[in-house]
Design a protein around this ligand. Structure first.
Ligand code: ADP
Length: 334
């Protein structure tokens, strides 16, 4: 399992829960979204009505689930959690909706993956707090309207472009989460270290932050691994030297590339002269699935300015050559 994959593993859930901020004031960075949410939630509390439905969009590991839990905590209501792929039949969703209590938050992760019939049921629940449950089949089928208590839907999506128009229109608030700066991740890691009781030095934390790809989930994961290393091989303190030694062992380089990322770049420059080359050819060259290369490696390599997508294939940028300790050829531009 890659240490820099932004998606959580099942075993990681408990470790993540221990450092998860519980209230808005503890949520690090994302000032704009935080301030807008604060106004939305506190004005709703003053009026005594549920706030508009809320959509959070952004890459995995940036804090969407955390914010959904915070919304429920700030509103003082209950929280039900499910996900688009988990809602297989609209009847399942109707059961959840009709069991909500007034003021509850219903969190649907990966809401862009919800099945069509369930999505339509959700529209009427969101808009009119009502669902029509179909009983029976064929000509004898009847729709029984059921009331839904006033609730707030919190949806999360990594791909807001895949959301249907009618769905997007039913959210009164959309919060887009951005990648975090190194400075913000350092603040976040300081908080995590305090909660975990890990002794740290500032430059050790800054080192981990700089290798975390702008992603809180990766930052917290690297902190846990560096702590293990510090306890076993050093004096338990996360110093700069310990962080560097640990991350060398774990194969996460100075800007957060792991072995596969580096292999992809190396294949691109050494076997294909820097490209352009198709992603599946590149995947074969490193012995990986094309999906893994396209979905796990590529987004960050592009964001880091090391890889460019062109109509004719993937191209290594001059920065990529330099990162590998090579001199970019005159043909590499960008
Ligand atoms: P997502 O749902 O977007 O994939 P999560 O909300 O599960 O991401 O966050 C991943 C991990 O990062 C959690 O452990 C969470 O506590 C932590 N985290 C995310 N954003 C922040 C933040 N702004 N401040 C503190 N911790 C954060």
């Amino acid at each position: 399992e890659s240490l820099v994959n932004p998606i959580a593993t099942a075993e990681e859930r408990d470790a993540e829960a221990s450092v998860r901020p519980k209230r808005l004031a503890e949520f690090v960075a994302q000032e704009r979204v935080r301030e807008q949410l604060e106004v939305l939630l506190h004005s709703a509390l003053r009026r005594g009505t549920p706030p508009d439905h809320i959509l959070f969009s952004g890459s995995p590991g940036l804090g969407k689930t955390t914010l959904a839990m915070i919304v429920a905590a700030e509103l003082g209501g209950g929280l039900r959690m499910t996900s688009g792929p988990a809602i297989e039949r609209s009847g399942d969703l109707a059961a959840v909706l009709t069991s909500l209590q007034a003021g509850d938050v219903l969190f649907i992760d990966e809401i862009h993956r919800i099945a069509k019939p369930a999505e339509e049921l959700l529209y009427s629940a969101m808009e009119d707090f009502r669902v029509d449950v179909i009983v029976g089949k064929g000509p004898g089928a009847t729709a029984i309207p059921l009331d839904v208590e006033p609730f707030t839907l919190v949806g999360a999506t990594t791909r807001s472009g895949l959301l249907t128009g009618p769905m997007r229109d039913r959210f009164g608030f959309v919060g887009h989460l951005e990648f975090y700066s190194g400075h913000e991740l350092a603040a976040l890691l300081m908080r995590s270290a305090r909660i975990l009781g890990v002794p740290v030095e500032q430059d050790g934390i800054v080192e981990i932050a700089g290798r975390s790809r702008g992603t809180p989930r990766i930052a917290n994961r690297l902190l846990r691994r560096v702590r293990d290393f510090a306890e076993l091989r050093a004096d338990g303190v996360v110093t700069l030297a310990t962080a560097q030694a640990a991350l060398k062992v774990y194969d996460v380089d100075a800007i957060g590339l792991d072995r596969l990322d580096k292999a992809v770049l190396m294949a691109l420059v050494s076997s294909f002269g820097g490209g352009p080359v198709g992603v599946s050819t590149l995947a074969v060259a490193v012995g990986e699935q094309p999906d893994t290369v396209a979905e796990v490696c590529e987004p960050f390599l592009v964001r880091a300015g090391l890889l460019a997508r062109t109509p004719r294939g993937r191209v290594a940028t001059p920065a990529a050559w330099r990162h590998l300790g090579l001199i970019p050829p005159p043909s590499a531009n960008g």
